[in-house]
Design a protein around this ligand. Structure first.
Ligand SMILES: O=C(O)CC[C@@H](O)C(=O)O
Ligand SMILES: [Zn+2]
Length: 455
């Protein structure tokens, strides 16, 4: 808990509604999309670098834990102030500082919503590719902190591939600036990359410089349905074998299709057991030819239907895909959200083993996601109040065992947060973990930034 003097410090530094202390108001900041809750001691909303510096200096000296957050779309509990502390909202640092068509960079503050940045780039004929499912809600600061992936990672990579440099305030109040605005840079250790995916544990990011690409002239998507999931996975493999690199390649198994049917009009015929959704981009001239090639590559797996989406129709297809996360909760009240990633050649085996384990456990498991990267979402749906929590936890461990057994990783894009922290030593060796914690201590010797998370 904060002392009266500490509360006064915060209200002086953050006047008006920039500091919230009453439990009724702070409780809204106690959880993220993981739904794991802890009561914050206070919530502050810095607007300037100077305020942020004073906050981090104070917290370091007073040993007050700080929990950075913006929109809280994180599904692994990264924003939950477990153990108590002050939630630091980045949402008032929400300026797009610059979009440069000369240097092909954008400079943004952490609270900028990802879709707003994408739109600002597109208006100038530029393209910021990272496209997490939560793109219209999540922010650049959160995307950088978790190294968000999303739909377009197959062709364009993940957030990490676009962060050229950043500014961050360290515990103690010191400001560091890493990287720059060049698209290549090999001078010194790559401190920028260290921050990407660090889940807010090293410093509070106040500005990010991002790499941009020219905006592709045209895009189109293909939705294909199959009578069996295995056929969909075979078809996906054949796309790559045909030498096609789609922008996005998503899959959904039958339980996911049923969950989506509860919240939207499904764009696939009844009886469809699995769906592939693929996106291509290119020039207006070459795209029709590329679409033809794609459909030819899918044909040997005998899709039960295929539909092309272009323009508004294309966007509508992706809207359905983005609904999976909210639709999950129509299946059961509680969700254990995983985003395991396996080597691409082991996808079919991992999916089959995970689905078998789900059936054995008697729980609905929604398997879907970024197939092109081997990044599988495994949402274990259950009813914790109805006594299914333990079974779900056991299943989560079984899934993790399968993933590690095929040479995979427990997270491809969501991070470790609170929910995967108990398992981290199953994937990361003792010495490696020790090095990570030593690095953390260099930046944050008193462990005040997002304690108990990640590693
Ligand atoms: O946990 C989820 O539901 C997945 C969220 C997101 O990464 C997605 O791809 O939809
Ligand atoms: Zn995802």
């Amino acid at each position: 808990m904060l002392t009266a003097t500490q509360k006064r410090f915060l209200t002086d530094l953050f006047p008006g509604d920039a500091c919230v202390l009453t439990p009724e108001e702070t409780c809204a900041f106690g959880a993220d999309s993981s739904r794991i809750f802890a009561q914050p001691w206070a919530v502050v909303r810095p607007e300037t670098l100077d305020q942020t510096r004073s906050l981090l200096k104070w917290a370091h000296e007073e040993r007050v834990p700080l929990f950075p957050r913006s929109r809280g779309t994180n599904v692994v509990g990264d924003c939950t102030p477990k153990g108590g502390g002050v939630v630091v909202s980045a949402l008032r640092m929400n300026r797009i500082v610059e979009v440069s068509g000369d240097d092909f960079v954008a400079v943004a503050q952490p609270g900028v919503v990802t879709a707003d940045l994408q739109r600002a780039c597109e208006a100038k004929g530029l393209f910021y590719p990272p496209d997490p499912a939560s793109v219209r809600i999540s922010t650049i600061g959160g995307n950088v902190s978790t190294n968000a992936g999303g739909m377009r990672a197959v062709k364009y990579g993940v957030t990490r591939d676009y962060v050229l440099g950043l500014e961050a305030v360290l515990p103690g109040g010191e400001v560091i600036r890493t990287g720059g605005r060049t698209h290549k840079n090999v001078v010194g250790l790559d401190l920028t990359r260290l921050f990407v995916g660090a889940e807010g544990t090293l410093g509070f990011i106040t500005e990010v410089t991002l790499k941009l690409l020219p905006r592709p002239e045209a895009s189109a998507s293909v939705l294909a349905g199959f009578a069996a999931l295995e056929a969909a996975l075979d078809a996906a493999r054949d796309v790559f074998r045909a030498g096609i690199l789609p922008v996005a390649m998503e899959f959904m198994a039958d339980e996911v299709l049923r969950a989506l049917a509860k919240v939207t009009d499904a764009p696939w015929p009844q009886g469809t057991q699995a769906v592939l959704l693929l996106k291509l981009d290119g020039s207006g001239e070459t795209l029709p030819l590329e679409l033809k090639r794609l459909e030819t590559a899918l044909a040997p797996s005998s899709p039960s239907f295929m539909a092309r989406g272009m323009g508004a129709d294309e966007e509508a297809l992706w809207e359905v895909r983005r609904l999976i996360n909210p639709a999950s909760f129509r299946v059961a009240p509680d969700k254990m959200s995983d985003d395991v990633t396996v080597p691409r050649g082991r996808v079919a085996e991992a999916v089959a083993r995970i689905r078998d384990a789900g059936r054995e456990a008697g729980l609905t498991v929604l398997v879907f996601g970024h197939l092109g990267d081997g990044n599988l979402h495994v949402n274990i749906m259950h009813d914790a109040a109805g006594g299914e929590g333990e079974r779900a936890r056991t299943l989560k461990e079984t899934v993790l065992g399968i993933v590690l057994d095929v040479g995979g990783t427990m997270s491809g894009e969501h991070g470790v947060g609170l929910t995967k922290r108990p398992y981290i030593d199953r994937q990361i060796g003792g010495r490696e973990l020790e090095i990570m914690r030593q690095v953390k201590a260099v930046f944050d010797p008193h462990g005040i930034l997002n304690p108990g998370k990640a590693y």
